[in-house]
Ligand binder design. Sequence first.
Ligand SMILES: [Zn+2]
Length: 159
Amino acid sequence: MGFQLIRDLLKPKCHFFAWTLLHKKILTANNLIKRNWPNDPTCKLCSAKPETPTHLCKDCIFSKQVWALIKIWFGLSVIDVLGENGSLHSYWRRCRMKIDKPRKRRIDDIMIYFWWNIWKVRNIRTFQNKNLQPSAVALLCKEEIDQFNLATRVEVLVQ
Ligand SMILES: [Zn+2]
């Protein structure tokens, strides 16, 4: 089985989610309201701002705390100078520009798992009324990224 296929098999859900997120189409409160679904417009993670895809995955104080830990753990302090203005898509593109070419795919993987876990914890809080601390969410992200890296690294050794 090829390396790319292993990668694709391991994260189709995350990839589809990332694509939907970058097109601002995930079912956050603002998008539910656009569809006339009665809904609490407030962000479920910070309870302070309207919930939009950009807020949830970039601007929310909760998500920022998670992202800060992930940046430390994965040695991504180089992107700290960017600031966080603009859309999620533009932030992601600016982050990629700061990373050297061999690590660009790695930053994609890290961000996709970060966004995916933010969405999962948002849903856990919304539907199960359970609260996880930012450090616990960051740890979940790190475990998934480490597992993914381990799985794909093994395949590289086999080739
Ligand atoms: Zn928020």
